[in-house]
Design a protein around this ligand. Structure first.
Ligand code: DC
Length: 223
């Protein structure tokens, strides 16, 4: 069996930065599952499909092909033959992904793809339901958290750095809203499975978080 590291947690906890770095250190493949839900959200926007109309989203899903490719060790999400990496990081796509990822059939399709990727390859996979649903037998399970205030501040600074206008209080409200949606949906809500190690990144550097996870993995290699 392949070696699997599952990293779950809320938006803004630093999952993707950390997961990417852990994968590089261990020479594993990094799988960003959020990017797949973002591709589904983007597809709805491109096709003018109302994301709140589940039936319409599912109809479109039938004609949607999402796959993953690795280009220079970077994950590329391919939506109906097109590399959409450059289009999935907007606020609009993020909102759409959060809504469509709540639909059962959307999840089933993405989870099957994620499980297939992890079957024969050593992976670091991040998302919301990796330990609870996608890779329940992962050798290392991490729940990466940070306080709402810290996550909102990170997001706010990111926006300012990009030259965008932002208001800290509004960003904080958005973070709370997305947490609520991700944690309270009926299908595969974000949870910390009892066996997952909690890592709170609020006052840790990225290197500290990465080293903590790499050490946990290394202790499992030796078992
Ligand atoms: O991690 P992210 O911000 O790229 O995720 C985008 C959305 O997709 C987010 O609202 C939660 C959802 N998601 C999910 O439901 N399950 C996953 N495994 C990953 C992301």
């Amino acid at each position: 069996m392949s070696f699997q590291i599952a990293i779950d947690g809320p938006a803004g906890a630093g999952k993707s930065t950390v997961a990417k770095s852990v994968a590089k250190k261990l020479q594993f493949v990094y799988v960003d599952t959020g990017a797949m839900y973002r591709a589904i959200g983007l597809n709805c926007i491109k096709n003018d499909v109302d994301i709140h109309d589940e039936e319409a989203v599912l109809k479109l899903l039938d004609n949607t092909n999402v796959s993953i490719k690795y280009i220079d060790n970077e994950q590329a999400v391919i939506l109906n033959g097109e590399n959409v990496n450059g289009q999935i990081r907007t606020q609009e796509v993020s909102e759409a992904a959060s809504v469509v990822s709540a639909y059962k059939l959307v999840r089933e399709k993405m989870v099957a793809l994620q499980q297939e990727l992890a079957q024969t390859t050593d992976v670091v996979m991040d998302g919301r339901d990796i330990a609870s649903c996608v890779l329940p037998d992962a050798q290392v399970k991490i729940y990466l958290d940070a306080s709402v205030e810290v996550r909102a501040k990170r997001r706010y600074l990111e926006l300012i750095e990009k030259g965008k206008e932002a208001d800290l209080k509004t960003v904080e409200d958005e973070v709370r809203e997305r947490d609520y949606r991700d944690m309270h949906r009926e299908n595969s809500p974000l949870i910390r499975v009892p066996e997952a190690d909690l890592v709170d990144s609020s006052y840790m550097t990225i290197d500290e978080v990465v080293n903590t996870i790499v050490a946990k993995a290394q202790s499992k290699f030796d078992e």
